[in-house]
Design a protein around this ligand. Structure first.
Ligand SMILES: Nc1nc2c(c(=O)[nH]1)N[C@H]1C(S)=C(S)[C@@H](COP(=O)(O)O)O[C@H]1N2
Ligand SMILES: [Mo]
Length: 252
């Protein structure tokens, strides 16, 4: 969804082609100057992000455009005693906990989630590893769940804690409130009109359609409204952000 070519912003300013192409090679090698050049890149990124319409919808597709095979990626089965118990019970006793900076903490069964107003969408999942797949997802809008819980003014991010363990710790992800209240951000319990399979995140997974695959947390157990990313994992806002330096903001 990148509508503005990166270079068009930077070349308009003093840091653009003028300085870069004028043959100031020696200048460009000086550390202070390199610092300015690279901070230009950062400013460019920040500008582009600011100018992008973060509330725009991701493309939606027709039913016949769905991928015949939708890859299972990352963890394909939490396989913990707790999870296996819920799976054996077909998630009848599973509950989604919604807490943190909310005025009305919630504990929702799958039936509660299915009884809420539903949104269905056929969208393309883009994984950072370079594959995509189109599928249909259905569930309540995350924004409606959060409205029911009453997000307090101090909240800035929504954190997801999952059932699968990585190095002994649950997978986790965070998004900001723009993405949390985006109309296509849903808690999907149906995929292609069937209950979300174990491989794809049963019983409930996040669909945050303007973000790359790793932000789309599977096996969601807990949702917390938080004021900052500091207390979550190592502080960068997600398992991959903390451990493999993926960007926290993975907007597409
Ligand atoms: N809980 C959890 N969520 C996760 C992952 C994971 O390993 N565990 N992998 C992420 C990555 S990198 C991708 S591409 C998608 C894959 O979703 P899929 O298996 O439904 O294709 O889930 C994301 N969410
Ligand atoms: Mo991914």
């Amino acid at each position: 969804m990148t509508l503005i070519p990166r270079r068009t912003i930077v070349t308009g300013g003093a840091l653009g082609a003028g300085l870069l192409l004028s043959g100031c090679d020696r200048l460009a090698q000086q550390p202070q100057f390199r610092k300015i050049l690279f901070s230009g890149e950062k400013i460019n990124e920040g500008l582009q992000r600011a100018l992008q319409n973060r509330t725009a919808l991701a493309p939606e597709f027709r039913a016949d455009q769905r991928s015949p095979v939708f890859r299972v990626n990352g963890n394909g089965n939490p396989n913990t005693p707790d999870y296996n118990q819920h799976l054996a019970e077909n998630f009848a006793n599973w509950r989604l906990t919604v807490g943190g900076l909310v005025t009305r903490p919630l504990s929702l069964s799958l039936a509660d989630i299915a009884a809420m107003p539903q949104r269905a969408q056929i969208t393309r999942h883009d994984c950072v590893e370079g594959w995509s797949a189109i599928g249909k997802w259905q569930g309540p809008m995350l924004g409606n769940v959060l409205k029911a819980a009453g997000v307090k003014p101090a909240a800035r991010y929504i954190a997801f804690t999952c059932a699968d363990l990585w190095g002994g710790q649950p997978y986790y992800e965070t998004i900001d409130l723009v993405d949390a209240f985006h109309p296509q951000t849903i808690l999907a319990w149906l995929m292609n009109d069937h209950r979300v399979s174990v491989g794809h995140g049963a019983p409930l997974r996040l669909r945050v359609e303007r973000q790359l695959g790793y932000k789309n947390a599977k096996y969601v157990m807990r949702i917390d409204a938080v004021a900052s990313l500091d207390g979550i994992g190592l502080g960068k806002g997600g398992y991959w952000e903390d451990h493999v330096d993926y960007d926290w903001y993975a907007g597409i």
